[in-house]
Write a protein that binds this ligand. Structure first.
Ligand SMILES: C[S@@+](CC[C@H](N)C(=O)[O-])C[C@H]1O[C@@H](n2cnc3c(N)ncnc32)[C@H](O)[C@@H]1O
Length: 198
């Protein structure tokens, strides 16, 4: 199983703002690109992937949206708009939820009012956490275990205190080279690295 977490600090939890945020400062397109590269291969999709988006531009609580490759149905196309519509449905379903609540939205799609820190702590229990960072250890030659979980951000960097918290959870930093990449590009390279191991 491969798990990706995109901490989207600029992404609105209001579904209308999210959809209006494509190409703007929120860069909502980053979310769709990352999901496309996490799940799609030509003429098929990857069943062995779980992806989490943590949307943090909010008036109340962060929203963690969980996508499960083996269960997702009815995308209606393999384009960005289809993924954004799915995220918006999850956000709509989360309206009025209290802190740390969870709601199933449709097959393979779940939303929680959960912070990035709580999600990371939960995943640390049974995943090997990797914080993706240009200054980390090289990915080449790294032997991954059965449940790697890769932590990425949108265009806003991971705050220092979060990094310290992740270190305490045992997260290791991993680099894909010196070039600053988009999170979605990191996902492609990580799939490639894992595909070589199988
Ligand atoms: C567009 S970058 C973030 C840019 C942001 N301004 C910053 O300084 O972190 C998105 C994410 O991709 C990951 N990333 C980008 N380039 C990488 C690289 N060469 N190696 C490892 N991770 C990388 C990091 O997790 C980063 O947070």
């Amino acid at each position: 199983m491969r798990t990706f977490v995109l901490r989207a600090r600029a992404a609105p939890t209001d579904p209308r703002k999210l959809l209006a945020g494509v190409g703007g400062e929120a860069h909502a397109e980053i979310l769709a690109h990352t999901l496309m590269n996490a799940f799609f291969v030509a003429q098929s999709h990857r069943d062995d992937v779980v992806a989490y988006l943590v949307l943090e531009s909010t008036a109340d609580f962060s929203r963690t949206v969980r996508f499960e490759g083996a269960a997702i149905r009815g995308l209606g196309g393999f384009h960005e708009q289809a993924w954004l519509a799915k995220i918006a449905r999850a956000l709509e379903a989360s309206a009025g939820m209290g802190k740390d609540e969870r709601r199933a939205v449709e097959p393979g799609l779940e939303v929680r009012t959960q912070s990035f820190e709580r999600l990371a702590a939960e995943l640390a229990v049974d995943h090997a956490l990797y914080l993706m960072d240009r200054k980390g250890a090289p990915v080449a030659g790294h032997a991954f275990g059965p449940r790697p979980c890769f932590l990425l951000t949108d265009h806003i960097p991971m705050p220092k205190n979060s990094r310290a918290g992740l270190e305490r959870l045992g997260a290791r930093t991993l680099s894909l080279g010196r070039t600053m990449l988009f999170a979605s590009q990191c996902v492609v390279l990580l799939h490639h690295a894992l595909d070589q191991q199988v």
